[in-house]
Design a protein around this ligand. Structure first.
Ligand code: GLC
Length: 740
């Protein structure tokens, strides 16, 4: 399967936006010339499925359209886009039936028959289609440091989303995760702009493929830009990001994504430097559309145009909010419950408060993307795709990703892997929950409806029972996130076992409901771990969490600590296989694991942060991850001692497996610009690769590093590379070179 998928998407990656398709532009000209202002405003309007559906039966996987409401939206208000699930996942057949009815309405009952563009949040697989393949969340995918796995997951996601009849996915999130308090940290690829860029690119190429996208779907890079860095860590609260930091940390993944061909962008719901992003012409038009040459379209986030008036107080009226957003560069409004945007926009254009040219530009962009997605030729669900859904090979891909994400943080005296004849006691709030391993965007928005999860999938407890036999597993129920199980019972049960496995972490959440005031893990979980230590038996801590909750008080006494992140629907199996040795863990932290609730110092910190007080302290550093074997790094070499600014260096390093079993190893290459006109990070990740080595095997890796990877924004806000001394670091090795 892997080979097949590999061939599928390596065939011909079409880079969008590089050159527009003249045929498509001509077709758009014809349509635009026929369209009324009302029809144009309708194409810029996106409505949620709930607004055109009958009330949902709770727990039902079937959403029923209200055809009168649907007609009012599509025929009377010319609505060109719909989104969302109507409360929770639908069956594959229900999706296909609904999309068919929606397209019937659009193509048979409207004057111009422009198909509707349907968008969904398929954040870690087609998570709103019952029975789809659910992958690890992005933070876990990043821990694999394996972009091929990301491409494969995105490719499978596209197949199953398109099988549902849906051509547009509101993903990937390209926010750089620099504040672990943030409730959407799990949706990011971590704290390194380079890792976010590489995984975002891989995701977009896997998801979008080339046009017309028969069995691919449109990507939506989000949330443009700076949303992932709220000053106080609460979702949708102000970020203060100077232009230089914006250009060096938060914009690069979006620029990479534009070059990779992402065709839509969703706007940051919050504000940066006091300017709500939905009203920020500099970001949305000057940078995204003009400087980056983005030729797709920009969609607002949920109700965020209204919020310019209702929340942010930058618009004098709801109508002025529409004017501000459209003039800033928003092309489509996710209204999403009513036709207020449509009504205001028609009035604004007729009163010349919004020029026709701006509307025509927005509608041109939207129609361009609809043509590129093949929507005019393939408006309806493709029957052939139904058999490319939920395949065993797809589930295997999710399991492999979870297995390569899981990160071994501590393994005192090599207690792991456990032998299969070990008697274990399993307890902890995340030990018997699928929702805690999947997180938000799973079946429902919050992902916390455990009863809706597929019964055949294995929690950690069930997976351990299936791995070593129920007779060897004792379970202590009753451990909650804020409550303790019976500790007397814990003591008694511990006497009969060899090892205690305590599964901790977080319950599922999504967006603002996931806001926290303290990064520390809950005190009940600290007390549970301490009670386990008191039994005198070795304790293995397993963490299922969307962000690095501080566990400092219980680190020292743990015999082993394994980070599962949010490993997806196959995460229980993968974690059990790591604990009992069927998988040799190879994950590495894509973020710095904080030691204290306020110590958010990232790996690419400045010299000042480690100079005198040495306050660059962490529980586990970025890039940390142990293996059941041992790797020796040697012979780090650079092909030249000096190079030109427009040139590059070739870095070679040999890695040898000197341990007793085969293992995967992610090789991370860091660089440092020793002197700059502004302070430079003590290290920056500039390349990575992953290799598989048998015991005794060694491999030389070669990395071609263009010097432009060291570029930064100087005091004059110009992107520069400055001559001088540089270093390369790989593992504990380092080499120097000079840029002339
Ligand atoms: C939400 C999220 C965004 C999502 C959109 C549609 O508010 O911020 O990521 O794509 O609404 O569900």
């Amino acid at each position: 399967m892997r080979q097949m998928l590999l061939i599928l998407f390596l065939s011909n990656i079409f880079v969008y936006g590089s050159s527009l398709d003249k045929q498509i532009e001509k077709k758009i000209d014809v349509l635009l010339n026929q369209m009324t202002i009302e029809e144009k405003a309708g194409q810029m309007t996106q409505i949620t499925l709930e607004a055109v559906s009958k009330p949902r039966v709770p727990g039902s996987f079937v959403n029923i359209l209200d055809l009168k409401k649907l007609e009012n939206a599509i025929v009377a208000h010319h609505v060109g886009s719909l989104l969302n699930t109507g409360g929770q996942a639908n069956t594959l057949q229900n999706w296909r039936d609904m999309i068919r009815r929606i397209q019937d309405m659009a193509t048979q009952k409207t004057r111009l028959s422009i198909p509707v563009l349907y968008g969904i949040d398929a954040i870690h697989g087609a998570n709103y289609t019952k029975g789809a393949t659910i992958f690890p969340q992005s933070i876990a995918m990043a821990a694999t440091f394996n972009t091929l796995l990301m491409k494969e997951a995105a490719r499978i996601t596209a197949l199953e989303v398109r099988a549902s009849g849906i051509p547009w996915n509101f993903n990937p999130v390209l926010g750089v995760g620099r504040n672990p308090l943030w409730s959407r940290f799990f949706e990011t690829f971590g704290e390194s702009p380079f890792v976010v860029s590489e995984f975002g690119k891989a995701y977009i190429e896997g998801l979008q493929g080339n046009a017309p996208m028969g069995d691919h779907v449109l990507a939506c890079m989000k949330h443009f830009v700076g949303y992932s860095f709220p000053l106080n860590g609460f979702d949708r609260t102000p970020a203060w990001i100077p232009e230089r930091m914006m250009r060096d940390i938060f914009l690069p993944p979006f620029k990479t994504a534009v070059m990779a061909g992402a065709r839509t962008v969703m706007v940051n719901s919050s504000e940066v430097n006091g300017i709500p992003t939905h009203s920020n012409h500099h970001l949305l038009t000057d940078i995204l559309k003009n400087e980056y040459g983005f030729t797709g379209f920009v969609v607002s986030d949920w109700e965020d145009i209204k919020r310019l008036y209702e929340r942010d107080g930058v618009a004098a009226s709801p109508e002025d909010a529409v004017r501000m957003a459209v003039m800033a560069g928003v092309d489509m409004s996710m209204v999403p419950y009513d036709f207020s945007f449509y009504d205001h926009l028609v009035k604004l254009v007729k009163e010349d408060k919004v020029p026709q040219s701006r509307i025509d530009d927005a509608v041109r962009r939207i129609l361009r993307v609809k043509f590129e997605a093949g929507l005019f030729d393939h408006s309806y669900p493709d029957k052939k795709l139904q058999n490319k859904f939920g395949l065993p090979a797809f589930v295997e891909s999710s399991y492999r990703a979870a297995g390569e994400a899981i990160t071994l943080l501590k393994n005192k005296e090599d207690i792991l892997p456990l032998k299969k004849n070990t008697k274990v006691l399993v307890t902890g709030p995340t030990s018997n929950l699928l929702s805690a391993m999947n997180g938000g965007w799973t079946i429902t928005w919050q992902g916390n409806e455990e009863k809706l999860y597929p019964k055949e999938k294995q929690t950690l407890l069930r997976a351990i029972q299936n791995t070593i036999g129920k007779e060897k597993v004792t379970y202590l129920p009753g451990a909650g996130f804020e409550s303790l199980p019976d500790l007397i019972s814990l003591q008694k049960k511990a006497e009969k076992v060899d090892v205690i496995i305590v599964a901790l972490g977080e319950n599922a959440y999504c967006e603002t409901p996931g806001n926290i005031k303290d990064l520390s893990i809950s005190s009940a979980q600290i007390r549970l771990a301490e009670a386990a230590y008191k039994t005198g038996k070795p304790v293995v801590l397993v963490l299922f969490e969307g962000r690095p909750r501080v566990i400092h008080p219980i680190v020292d006494k743990a015999s082993a600590i394994v980070m599962g992140y949010l490993p997806g629907m196959e995460g229980g199996r993968a974690m059990a296989d790591v604990l009992f040795g069927n998988i040799n863990p190879s994950g590495k932290l894509p973020f710095t694991y904080p030691e204290s609730p306020n110590g958010f110092v990232t790996y690419d910190h400045k010299p000042l942060e480690e100079f005198d007080l040495n306050n660059y302290e962490y529980e586990f550093p970025f890039g940390h991850g142990l293996s059941y074997t041992k790797f020796l790094y040697k012979n780090l070499r650079i092909d030249k001692k000096s190079c030109k600014i427009e040139g590059g260096v070739t870095v070679r390093v040999t890695v040898e497996n000197i341990g007793g079993r085969a293992g995967l190893e992610s090789v991370l290459v860091y660089g440092r610009d020793l002197v700059g006109s502004v302070s430079r990070p003590t290290r920056q990740l500039i390349a990575f690769d992953k290799i598989n080595l048998k015991p005794g095997e060694s491999r030389e890796l070669v990395f071609k590093i263009p010097i432009k990877r060291f570029a930064f924004t100087n005091r004059e806000n110009k992107k520069v590379i400055e001559p001088g001394a540089f270093k390369i670091y790989v593992s504990n090795l380092e080499q120097s070179f000079v840029v002339e």
